[in-house]
Write a protein that binds this ligand. Sequence first.
Ligand code: AMP
Ligand code: ZN
Length: 476
Amino acid sequence: MTEVILHNTLSRSPEPIVPSKGKRIGMYCCGPTVYAQAHIGNFRTFISQDVMRRTLQMAGYDVLHVRNLTDVDDKTIKRSREEGKSLSEVTEYWTEIFHRDCQRFNMLPPKIEPKATDHIQEQIEMISALLEKRHAYQTEDGSVYFKVSSFDEYGRLSRLKERELTTSATDESPNDADEYDRESLADFAMWKSRKSDDGDVYWQSPWGEGRPGWHLECSAMAMKYLGNHLDIHSGGEDLIFPHHENEIAQSECSCDTQFFRYWIHCAHLLVEGGKMSKSLNNFYTIDDIVEKGFAPVVLRYALTSGAYRQTINFTMDSLHAAQSALVRLRHFSNDSLAAAGLKWDSLMKAIQKGKYVNAPWGPFQKAWDTLRTDLNTAGALGGVFSAIKEEYGDSSPSETAIAFHKLIFALGYDLSEVVIEKPKIEAPEEIKELAQARWEAKQSKDWAAADDLRDRVQAKGWKILDRKDGFDLEAI
Ligand code: AMP
Ligand code: ZN
């Protein structure tokens, strides 16, 4: 096994990942809230986690990847009421769309994908244990809150206490919203008693009818599926507080064990320099990008062109740059496969199964070392491009092809989707006429007019490709 280093939010420093048991690494990723289509910012985080899993796999670890589905919370209930549909109708529909999008992004499916609503009993048991240990209390309406002041370590992940917050933990100011921005030490709801707004979304519990709070589901499901492998826990940086802080508090107080040793957080994606929002009209899904003519692999490249801890600014230009970079990678893939007598499909399948884990990295050693050092995708891509420009020294064609495709596997680019040739688009009449006029000017040796017409065609986004007996037009 090769060392993989990741930046741990808990220690604020890079750490080599050491599995708690054997070569298996437990990896819990907070999954989507299935009430709408995930946007490209959400996918930046999910794809980074996919790169993390693939990199650990290439390093020789057996990754037990668990990613939950949040199918009950304030947002899902609100959506089902707005649409007059049952909660499961709404969440099943959006789960299907999420799975379709993950597939289009070439993401490996998690080994286990638990749903919050399938684990109500486990959540109730966790609350009961916390009540028994006096880390929780019940309010008059039948809700149950976690008592923040009962856990000395609260704030360790987000460094809450260091930031000298003025609000102090108090039973008088509990917070029952699933999400809250204020960095307060307010007690948070683990069980929410049934309200009229919840409609028919409720379960029976020892405290009456109600539903679990959002933070609790991840604690209960992570303990159930990864209790023996509490290694990596990850999400977008917005989850550090309060979600992950609350998960740690509930789990450590109920189970008396450290709840995950490595906390990995992905920086946010900005669009055209700003926060993505529906009102600014810069809120994109994969469908919006595909509609503009880009393959999903192009978007995946753009979303991984910066390392996961850097804020990425997404622009349309970044898609054009990604497209040309991928064309270069595709050419190298084709050439190296041909030289080694290998085929894309069978080689990628063998790599995924772990067949070449110990194969040498050859000319891609530097790129791989960069990737396994805190998933520096940007640096690794730089390393790949400089390696493919050079001579390969002692590496054989098959060693070079295998090493290159191992790296492509870790990055998760489906190069077979990359369109090498520019799609032929019919030029508009106006462009054809200008180009024809230029052709005629050229025939009559009026070079100045011919140049002027060519510039005008170019300014309108078209390039004239001369042939002996005429010309072709290509979109720039
Ligand atoms: P949600 O479905 O809202 O629970 O979010 C799913 C994941 O996407 C979480 O890990 C979030 O932290 C992450 N996320 C949300 N917005 C962004 C963004 N703009 N950039 C990157 N990740 C994000
Ligand atoms: Zn979570």
